[in-house]
Design a protein around this ligand. Structure first.
Ligand SMILES: CC(C)(COP(=O)(O)OP(=O)(O)OC[C@H]1O[C@@H](n2cnc3c(N)ncnc32)[C@H](O)[C@@H]1OP(=O)(O)O)[C@@H](O)C(=O)NCCC(=O)NCCS
Length: 154
């Protein structure tokens, strides 16, 4: 059950440093501070949200969009805040936003070994659309490409 104390807002410049701390903690090949900052503050082709607890960033997720397609770039929850429904809630919020924007296809890559994330995406209606061999540079792991076709807004 999601903790009521988590507040989700659109990511802004003031969040980037704490988002990057999580990026470093969570991903073996983290984005640079500058790449994250450019996505969050540039805003033309990217949309990011953060989860805040007492004003501190505990999670973030985002996508890039072009015309009617969106690609989820990162989904990350600080280790001590996992399994509380935060990852699911962020994905639901991103999918709602994508639907509002008229996006039809949402895609993402996930490590073959990342069962937690694969299960989450599957439960939200994503299915496997392909395999990207040796996609991850740190260990040559394959990525599954997963995608979801959105229902048009009524
Ligand atoms: C993947 C991640 C974002 C999930 O966030 P979370 O807040 O812990 O997830 P939730 O509590 O919302 O769980 C949602 C679903 O994900 C799946 N899941 C999450 N953690 C899991 C785990 N450790 N083992 C198996 N399934 C898991 C389950 O299907 C779960 O649904 P359930 O609670 O009904 O069983 C989080 O584990 C994380 O930040 N991992 C490191 C970064 C990462 O791998 N990001 C994804 C890159 S593609």
């Amino acid at each position: 059950m999601i903790d009521n104390d988590v507040m989700f807002v659109r990511a802004a410049e003031e969040h980037v440093a704490q988002m990057h701390e999580i990026e470093l903690e969570v991903f073996p090949t983290p984005w640079s501070y500058e790449s994250l900052e450019q996505d969050v503050c540039g805003h033309e082709i990217a949309y990011y949200i953060v989860g805040l607890v007492n004003g501190r960033v505990v999670s973030y997720a985002g996508f890039w969009f072009v015309l009617d397609e969106a690609h989820i770039t990162n989904v990350a929850v600080k280790t001590e805040y996992r399994r509380k429904g935060i990852g699911r809630k962020m994905m639901e919020l991103l999918l709602e936003k994508a639907q509002e924007m008229g996006i039809i296809t949402v895609s993402l890559e996930v490590r073959v070994s990342n069962k937690a994330a694969r299960d989450l995406y599957k439960s939200l209606g994503f299915s496997v659309a392909g395999l990207r061999k040796k996609y991850y540079a740190n260990n040559d792991e394959d990525a599954l490409l997963m995608s979801k076709i959105m229902e048009p807004m009524k």
